[in-house]
Design a protein around this ligand. Structure first.
Ligand SMILES: [Zn+2]
Length: 260
């Protein structure tokens, strides 16, 4: 033992400790236009007594500037077990196109993310977590997030842990469980069986992290499956944290860089 360096001892120690398994539950696309469905989902999750996240859209459709919807904002902020994070700026523009952070230029990404943060500030919400619409980001957007002090961003198959302006860690993940691939609840029925199978496989493979995304345009039946999945995760020993509670856990997961 005495021949081992401090670093090696630390690594052995880390291998001995069982790594926590983590389940992340997020309600997406929160905005006044979908308030009925969003509040139903949040009420359901509050009753399950788990931690969860709400991905809030500051200016949905270029129409719903949140400071103009104080009742909606107050209700969202009144939920006890959740963390609210930034989900783009418009999510969808007036012309129906998705607000995108994967082909955008750095200056545009910066303008949008700054505007989103500004609106959050006006309604008294702080965050350093960004979930891009469609879970897609390009390098210019990532640079902006680093510059603006974000700590965590989420993509379809990875988390980006933003450690400093020069340093970023990617944590590979199984594909997020998502029931809204079309934007229409009736068409999204096709995802019910697909997600059920994907979840079963993920539980068998026991990955470190499993993510469940609830959307207001999910098929109405999806919520029962989602609740069932959440209780399966709990029963299988998965811890269910908010994003902020997740960050230090991810930091432990990524190997030390040796730079210090
Ligand atoms: Zn979304």
């Amino acid at each position: 033992m005495s021949n081992l360096s401090e670093q090696q001892q630390l690594e052995q120690e880390q291998q001995r400790q069982p790594r926590p398994r983590l389940g992340l539950v997020t309600i997406h696309d929160a905005c006044p236009a979908f308030s009925t469905k969003i509040f139903e989902s949040a009420d359901d999750l509050e009753r399950l007594n788990i931690k969860y996240n709400i991905a809030l859209v500051p200016f949905f459709n270029e129409k719903e500037d949140l400071p103009r919807f104080p009742e909606f904002v107050d209700k969202i902020k009144s939920y006890k077990n959740c963390e609210i994070v930034l989900h783009g700026l418009y999510h969808e523009m007036k012309n129906g196109q998705f607000d995108n952070f994967h082909t955008t230029k750095e200056a545009d990404a910066e303008e949008q993310i700054r505007a989103g943060l500004e609106i959050f500030h006006e309604i008294g919400i702080n965050t350093n977590v960004f979930i891009p619409p469609a879970w897609k980001l390009n390098n210019s957007s990532i640079k902006v997030l680093e510059k603006l002090g974000f700590k965590l961003a989420e993509e379809q198959e990875e988390y980006l842990l933003l450690l400093s302006q020069q340093e970023l860690k990617k944590i590979k993940l199984p594909k997020v469980l998502n029931w809204d691939s079309t934007g229409y609840p009736e068409k999204n029925i096709v995802n019910m069986g697909r997600d059920e199978r994907a979840f079963k496989l993920q539980v068998e493979e026991k990955p470190q992290i499993i993510r469940i995304a609830l959307h207001p345009r999910d098929p109405a039946e999806a919520i029962e499956d989602q609740k069932q999945m959440i209780s399966t995760l709990k029963d299988s020993g998965y811890e269910i944290p908010t994003y902020t509670a997740l960050v230090p856990k991810l930091e432990e997961l990524v190997p030390p860089t040796g730079l210090d």
